[in-house]
Design a protein around this ligand. Structure first.
Ligand code: SF4
Ligand code: SF4
Length: 92
């Protein structure tokens, strides 16, 4: 059986991304000022510290363009699916 490395991978589909920055605003690891996950690139986010990602899946869930994919990691997301996040958005 193949062993899981647990390494997190973040992929942004530049063709889908609308540059709304919601993923950056929602990411808890953007408060990690030394090693933030993302930087504001040319109108779209750039992943600069993938190792800082805790695989909470918040960015993937909040992305309305479905441009961001998180894979690997512990899978301990507080957001079981996109509908759960959408409900939170509706409340707040
Ligand atoms: S939330 Fe999605 S569409 Fe918005 S900037 Fe992030 S990746 Fe792009
Ligand atoms: S999965 Fe969580 S920690 Fe990782 S980039 Fe997305 S919001 Fe940030």
């Amino acid at each position: 059986m193949e062993e899981e490395s647990g390494a997190v991978r973040l992929e942004i589909d530049a063709a889908r991304c609308i540059g709304c920055w919601e993923c950056l605003d929602a990411c808890p690891q953007m408060r990690n000022t030394e090693y933030p996950v993302f930087a504001r690139g040319e109108g779209k986010p750039e992943v600069i510290n993938e190792d800082s990602c805790i695989a909470c899946l918040t960015c993937q869930a909040i992305c309305r363009a479905e441009a961001l994919t998180v894979s690997g990691g512990s899978g301990k997301s507080p957001w079981p699916d996109k509908r759960a996040w959408a409900k939170c958005r509706a409340i707040f």
